[in-house]
Design a protein around this ligand. Structure first.
Ligand code: C2O
Ligand code: CU
Length: 468
């Protein structure tokens, strides 16, 4: 047993706490499922500032609650794949081997890195079955990131290929308990297999499944200690579902988004995450020991009547009877992201997201073209550009840019304060609306941008920025 990378005392503490709690349970509740936790990667390099891992993609089976096991595609044998934890400045080496029956790459979503390491097919020959690739880069920014394939990403990610990356900086909040929750949904057929069909609805809206997963587990139970300063780090790894989370009776203190902590954390009843987005939230659970709450996923209208669904339960939250901790307080400020000054932008990139019918099939477009037909933008290295992203379709599209953070200047013409939004790499562009963004393109290479509803990306809503 190797020790996990040495920077996660909070997660370790939580695991111990949960274990201790489980031991004190009466035998009758032995069937209570334990919290779904992520498996930390094994660090093969003893040097303190290097996280070196072997990672393979392979077929496996898991249980999604059906009477028969579900065949999945995995990183390292499990869904999700291993959790990578490191510090800003650490070198990361992933020795990747592809044991899948088709080619793939790994994209490190949100991480600023050299373009050849981005897992983008614009920059990397996909890794063939039986082939290998060494990903190597240095973590520049604290935050929660994630990884997934970038070849047939709608199919491959849906089958289970995703995992999380925590990068810690010097400005981390104090917390008693911390955990990473990767959210997903799948549609499991009665024979246990995943439905892979792309019917008209999922071709239009992206694949959504009725089984909601937390760290790969349906009907998850999360044990939270009463009084503990609790940090939950959330990532939406679903192909298309927007999660709109509410814990009745509580508000979330939102302390960070995709690219790190916020200058001005804020309180919210809902945490809305479109595919690809992350949220860093805190709360101090209060209530009766043993009380069970439902973590609710409320309907959210992302267009085309999608709000007609009912609230769903994502997980149950059980308050443990640990002695309440006291004297803790939620954080109120961090140093936050440095402003990218839009006045430095000599030009804007105009990106109009659309949908249209071609030969009877819906396609998704950027400036009226699909994917490889979309002319690349060319930006000199170091250039600052505004991105004016508009949406001519009647549904929201989560816009994702590879390789760079952007900052949201305005949404539908209304100014968005940097202090409560921070650095982002994925943002909802509302149906028939627009967002105004600014980014500094300081790393050379060919970089993708696309809708993170993966079916939309694969069916055309994708373009490229060439930084030279
Ligand atoms: Cu998370 Cu190009 O994607
Ligand atoms: Cu889309």
């Amino acid at each position: 047993m190797s020790a996990p990378h040495a920077v996660a005392p909070a997660i370790g503490l939580l695991a111990l706490t949960v274990a201790a709690f489980a031991c004190s349970e009466p035998p009758s509740s032995a069937a209570v499922p334990s919290d779904p936790t992520l498996t930390p990667a094994v660090d093969e390099d003893p040097a303190p500032n290097v996280l070196e891992v072997s990672l393979d993609a392979r077929e496996a089976v898991t249980s999604y609650g059906a009477s028969t096991p579900t065949p999945v595609w995995t990183y390292g044998g499990g869904v999700p794949g291993p959790l990578f934890e490191a510090r800003v400045g650490d070198r990361f080496v992933a020795k990747f081997t592809n044991h899948l029956p088709e080619s793939t790459t790994i994209h490190w979503h949100g991480i600023r890195l050299p373009a050849e390491m981005d897992g983008s097919p614009l920059m990397q020959e996909p890794v063939q079955p039986g082939g290998a690739f060494r990903y190597e880069f240095t973590f520049k920014d604290a935050g929660l990131y994630w990884y997934h394939p970038h070849v047939r990403s709608d199919v491959q990610t849906h089958k289970g290929l995703y995992g999380a990356i925590v990068v810690r900086g010097d400005d981390e909040p104090t917390s008693d308990d911390e955990r990473v929750l990767i959210l997903d949904d799948v549609s499991v057929k009665s024979d246990g297999t995943l439905s892979e069909s792309l019917d008209d609805l999922s071709r239009m809206m992206g694949r959504e499944g009725k089984t909601l997963l937390v760290n790969g587990v349906p009907n998850a139970t999360l044990h939270l200690r009463r009084g503990a300063l609790t940090r939950l780090r959330l990532v939406n790894a679903a192909n298309a579902r927007f999660f709109n989370l509410r814990l009745p009776g509580f508000t979330w203190r939102v302390i960070g988004h995709d690219g790190g902590l916020l200058a001005s954390p804020y309180d919210a009843e809902h945490v809305l995450l479109s595919p690809g987005e992350r949220a860093d939230v805190m709360l101090i659970p209060t209530g009766e020991a043993g009380a069970t709450l439902e973590l609710v996923n409320d309907p959210y209208d992302r267009g085309h009547d999608s709000a007609d669904s009912a609230p769903m339960t994502l997980a149950r939250v059980v308050l443990t009877d640990d002695a309440p901790l006291t004297g803790r307080a939620l954080p109120t400020s961090f140093s936050g992201a440095a402003r990218i000054d839009p006045a430095e932008a000599p030009a804007s990139l105009a990106i109009a997201l659309g949908e249209e019918l071609r030969d009877g099939e819906v396609v998704f477009t950027v400036n009226g073209q699909t994917a490889s037909d979309v002319p690349p933008f060319v930006v000199p290295q170091g250039g600052v550009r505004k991105l004016e992203v508009s949406n001519t379709s009647e549904m929201d599209h989560p816009f994702h840019l590879h390789g760079f953070f952007f900052q949201v200047l305005a949404r539908d013409g209304v100014e968005v304060p940097l202090a409560t939004m921070g650095n982002k790499d994925t943002v909802i562009v509302p149906a028939l609306g627009a967002v105004s963004l600014v980014a500094r393109f300081d790393e050379p290479g060919r970089w993708m941008y696309h809708c993170h509803i993966l079916e939309h990306a694969e069916y055309g809503m994708m373009g490229e920025v060439d930084v030279e």
